[in-house]
Design a protein around this ligand. Structure first.
Ligand code: FEO
Length: 402
């Protein structure tokens, strides 16, 4: 297990999780992920974060190719979620660090997760800095990006920002740098990661990007805790620009139709709604919740500003997969979206009312009445669905200034 020297005397000593598809317990990581850990060798040897507990041996093996474990003087915990702190108890036992640095809320989180009796915890706040020889480490708290304890560490001499979960991607590759991988793949994985993890905190993302710009700090390497490292000022700026674009959630001329179906009536309606969008020149993606994971839907929603839900009426409500999707989406707080609703029913017909209510509750504008049809769609039913697609497309184009 070899370390990767990402700057002089700064080493990646993390782990690549090629097979995991469960990220943070709620999201899908279709390409696996990485748990990035960084080790800086200076007068003091410093380890930044750890890895998920089942990758302890991998990390220790990589570390031992850089230094003896006992030489680690400081451990910096930028973030306490277990995929980054899971090996902390073992590391404290093996390395016997002189100090463990974390944010004020990081200390609380650390004490809640582990038996920290006797641990040399030192709390640091935004603006605090330590010297480790030829380098300083400056700490910046980034509360709620994406946990209350989150912070980032900046090393000015290396122009290096070690930024925990922010700016990450779920990807498992032998390459460590963004510039070694197809840019479209990286961008896709950034969209996926942002819209499943970071989206609710978009206002904070914008504030953080502004704060970084105002601080005037030079960054030519961005080292997240998941995925690839952004190397060079151009790629760092590319990443910041992408994050600003994701966070601003500007109107996009693209739609997504999300549905589940019992006997294919609602499915057929989805195709007719899509035809309406197409006729107006609005690209549309159809997603069936029995085959498309809720994370994949959120990734698609990252590119679409019209979001149309379809469900048959089931037990006076909607199908469980649709309810699950709506709950997941609500928690991620998408902004600047128009919505639409459709579905078939047998006898009571609450589907459209239920779907529309959920979308209005999320702050979606609903410019067009929903369409519901009894049992099996007829030619007239398809026409109504098609017309709904057309009207939604027109409303979306107006939002986009098209
Ligand atoms: Fe990857 Fe929030 O831990």
């Amino acid at each position: 297990m070899h370390p990767v020297e990402i700057k002089k005397d700064v080493f990646w000593v993390g782990a690549v999780d090629y097979t995991s598809r469960d990220f943070h317990g709620y999201s899908l990581s279709p390409q696996g992920t990485t748990y990035n850990t960084y080790l800086v060798k200076d007068e003091k040897t410093v380890l930044f974060d750890t890895v998920k507990s089942n990758f302890l041996d991998t990390m220790l093996c990589r570390m031992s190719n850089v230094t003896e474990l006992e030489t680690v003087d400081y451990i910096v915990c930028n973030h306490l979620e277990p995929d980054h702190s899971g090996c902390l108890p073992k590391l404290v036992e093996l390395c016997k660090p002189e100090k463990i640095f974390c944010s004020p809320l990081g200390k609380r989180s650390m004490q809640a997760h582990y038996d920290t009796e006797g641990w040399p915890i030192e709390v640091v706040k935004t603006g605090d800095s330590i010297n480790i020889g030829s380098r300083d480490i400056q700490f910046i708290e980034t509360r709620m990006l994406h946990w209350p304890d989150s912070m980032v560490s900046y090393i000015p001499q290396d122009k290096l920002l070690i930024c925990n979960d922010i700016f990450g991607q779920n990807i498992s590759t032998t390459e460590r740098f963004v510039d070694e991988v197809d840019r479209a793949v990286v961008e896709h994985d950034m969209v996926e990661y942002y819209h499943n993890i970071v989206l609710p905190f978009s206002p904070l993302v914008l504030k953080t990007l502004d704060a970084i710009a105002e601080m005037g700090i030079e960054i030519d390497m961005l080292a997240p805790d998941h995925g690839l490292i952004f190397r060079g000022k151009e790629d760092v700026q590319w990443c910041f620009d992408k994050y600003r674009e994701f966070a601003e959630q500007a109107w996009k001329k693209r739609a997504v139709i999300i549905f589940d179906t019992m006997w294919h009536s609602t499915e057929k309606m989805a195709y007719a709604v899509a035809e309406g969008f197409e006729s107006e020149g609005v690209p549309v993606r159809i997603m069936h919740l029995k085959t498309d994971h809720h994370s994949a839907v959120m990734t698609e929603l990252g590119r679409a500003s019209a979001v149309v839900f379809g469900s048959p009426t089931h037990n006076n409500g909607i199908l469980p997969e649709v309810a699950k999707m709506l709950t997941y989406m609500k928690g991620l707080r998408p902004q600047n979206r128009i919505g639409g609703a459709f579905g078939s029913f047998g006898w009571s017909g609450e589907c459209v009312k239920s779907l529309s209510g959920s979308l209005v509750d999320m702050g979606f504008e609903m410019p067009v009445d929903g369409v519901k049809i009894q049992f099996v769609p007829t030619h007239d039913s398809f026409k109504k669905c098609y017309e709904m697609g057309v009207e939604l497309a027109k409303a979306l184009k107006e939002k986009c200034g098209d």
